[in-house]
Design a protein around this ligand. Structure first.
Ligand SMILES: [Zn+2]
Ligand SMILES: [Zn+2]
Length: 283
């Protein structure tokens, strides 16, 4: 079966209120022949917002799955795509802000779920408590204003008084002036919604290419897309004592449609582990 033709003409729902279809849609159309539609009836904010009015429920992957399923239910289609970003300190680089993006493709008729993840320090994610308008210019330069929008709040945790999507400098200063006059301070932070943040939109575009690449890996048995690593197993032997370590020995590729499996031993072309990582030699 030529599965690329399988998707040709089918409707791909893109679950977003933040114009992510602008980067995801054309790439999927070009690659697989999908018609794409935005699931605008789905209020993805119900599953959590960046600015904190609604706390995010569940782990990001579950949220993504839910977004896809809600969109498919609402529109009566079987193929959907959703993305989810989270921002904060980089997991390995101390003090560097990072943007972690997840993107999921779900085809429920065929039981397929393919997702990719990327963490990048390429983000303007930041926030600052403001006590004087003199603090503003340096912050604006740092967060790439006005090509990237801002959110202004009364205080960091105040979710009642909030102005989102600010791109106008005059408006920004007049709002800040009001806050300073009324309460002496306010909190300025980056608006991370994709349509207000070209840097983030760029990350989503890169991730879309990554997802397409993963889908283009075909099952050797049934030729369905998304033949990819579903599991990794430790057990690489220590070069000194030859006992198994926790380092990766093999990757398991699995087709979600026919469940065909293949193992790839020594994925990093490393056949023995350094005793430094051995629990026995270096406890
Ligand atoms: Zn297969
Ligand atoms: Zn050892």
């Amino acid at each position: 079966m030529n599965w690329k033709k399988y998707y040709s003409g089918k409707t791909l729902l893109i679950a977003t209120k933040h114009q992510k279809e602008l980067v995801i849609g054309p790439l999927f159309q070009q690659e697989f022949g999908f018609q794409y539609a935005v699931s605008d009836r789905l209020d993805t904010d119900m599953l959590g917002t960046f600015s904190g009015e609604i706390e995010r429920k569940g782990r990001p992957l579950q949220v993504l799955r839910q977004k896809c399923e809600m969109a498919m239910d609402l529109h009566g289609e079987d193929v959907a795509i959703a993305s989810e970003g989270s921002f904060g300190a980089h997991p390995h680089l101390l003090f560097a802000p990072a943007d972690t993006e997840l993107l999921m493709f779900k085809d429920r008729q065929n039981g397929i779920e393919i997702w990719v993840q990327k963490t990048s320090t390429e983000t303007n994610f930041s926030g600052l408590e403001i006590h004087s308008t003199q603090e503003i210019p340096a912050f604006l330069a740092q967060v790439k204003f006005p090509s990237h929008a801002l959110i202004l709040k009364k205080s960091k945790d105040d979710l009642v008084q909030m102005h989102k999507g600010i791109k106008d400098e005059g408006l920004l200063y007049s709002l800040v002036d009001q806050y300073l006059k009324n309460s002496g301070s306010c909190f300025l932070e980056t608006d991370m919604r994709a349509m207000n943040n070209p840097t983030r939109m760029g990350q989503i575009e890169q991730l879309t290419h990554q997802l397409i690449q993963k889908m283009n890996s075909l099952c050797p048995s049934c030729s369905f897309p998304g033949f990819s690593i579903m599991e990794v197993q430790g057990g690489l032997l220590c070069s000194q004592c030859f006992l198994p370590t926790q380092s990766i020995l093999k990757e398991i590729y699995r087709c979600q449609k026919c469940l065909h499996e293949e193992e790839k031993l020594y994925p990093a072309s490393k056949y023995l582990e350094d005793p430094m990582y051995c629990d026995y030699c270096n406890p």
